[in-house]
Design a protein around this ligand. Sequence first.
Ligand SMILES: Nc1nc2c(c(=O)[nH]1)N[C@H]1C(S)=C(S)[C@@H](COP(=O)(O)O)O[C@H]1N2
Ligand SMILES: [Mo]
Length: 362
Amino acid sequence: MSIPINSSKAIFPGLITREREPVNLEFAFPTLDGRITPAEQFYVRSHFPIPEIKAEEWRLSIEGEVEHPFILTFEELKQMPARTVMATLECAGNGRSKLVPKAKGLLWEQGAVGNAEWTGVPLHLLLEKAGLKAGVIEIILEGQDEGTISEEPKAPGTIVFAHSLPLDKALQEQVLIAFEMNGEPLTAIHGYPVRAIIPGWYGMASVKWLIKITATATRFHSYWQTLEYAYWKDLYGKPTLVPVTEMQVKAEIARPALQEVVAAGSIYRVTGAAWSGEQVVEQVEISTDDGQSWQPATLLEEPVRYAWQLWEFAWNVPPTPGAYQLRARATDAAGHSQPDTHEDMRRTYMVNFVAPVEVIVK
Ligand SMILES: Nc1nc2c(c(=O)[nH]1)N[C@H]1C(S)=C(S)[C@@H](COP(=O)(O)O)O[C@H]1N2
Ligand SMILES: [Mo]
C-alpha cells in the first residue's frame, strides 16, 4: 500500500540524554525508520559506569551447581555454534513519563525500546557443556559492572548487576550469549564484548558485560529482582511482590509525533511499531477520535516471534482544525490486549496502557 507521505524520514538521528553518568539514552521514537534499530539509535540503560573490557582479557565462568565448571575465552565462545535472533528489547520503565503523578526513576518517554539482530551462542549449549546437577532451578547471569545505589531503597555496599532466569526460560533456544548486534561486534554501551539476550523479557534480564553464569538450586533474590524491577501481583487476594519478566503487549505511534502539526483534509500516514512478550502481535487498531471508534492498521512485517512489527494506517485527516487524540492498541496471538489505564500494582514498570498522542490539525 502506498499512502501519500507527509515525510516519515528520520528528523533526529541521535539519542536523547536521560542521564549522563551513568549513561542513559533514549531512542527518538518518531524517527523510527525500518524494522531494525541501528546500534547508534538503540536506547541505552545502564545502572553503573560502563566497564571497559578487552575481548582478549575477557573470561566467562560457568559455575555453581554444575558437574564440570569451566572458563571460556572470547575465541572459544566464538568457535561454538552460534545463531542469530531478531529480538526487541524494551526497558521495563519505558513510558514511565506518562504516569501521573510523576514517577520516581528515569522518565523514559516512548523510546526505551529497540529491535535488533543478535548473534551468539545459545545459553543451553553452555549449560549442557557444564552439566547441570539435579535440583537446579535458576541460572544467574552476572555483569562486570558494579557500584553503589545512591537513592532509597539502597543496597549494602557495592553490588554487581546480576539477574536470574528460571531454568525453563534459560534453556530456550533463542536465549543467547551474544557477541554481535546487527552483524557487528557489540559496542561498549551495549555490552562489549559479550551480553545475554533474553528475548520476550523486559531488558533488565539481558545482562550486559556478562562475565559469570551460576546455576543455582535456590531462588535468587538480587536487588534487581526485588527492590528494583518488581511489581505487585495478586496471589489469592494477597499482593505479592514478584520480579518483572515477560514484556507486555504494546503498540506505539511513531508519527505523527506529540503535538505534530498535520494538514487539515490531507491523508496522513500514521506509523509505529508493535510487540509483545512470548507471543507475536496479531492486530493493531487505531483510534483518531479520542478512543470512540477503532479501525485496523496494516502490519507491514512478517510476524517473527520476539521481534516488533512496523505498522501503518492511512488517516483521513478531518477538515476541521483543532486538537485530535490518536491512539494505537495491539493484541497478541494469546489474545492479550492493552489496558486503558495503568494499574498501581505494576508500580512504575510495564507501562502499556493505551495512551493518547495529541496532534494539531491546521
Ligand atoms: N550489566 C548490566 N546489564 C544490563 C544493565 C546494566 O545496568 N548492567 N541494564 C539492563 C537494563 S535495565 C536494560 S533495559 C538493558 C538495556 O540494554 P541496552 O542498553 O543495550 O539497550 O540492559 C540490561 N542489562
Ligand atoms: Mo531496563
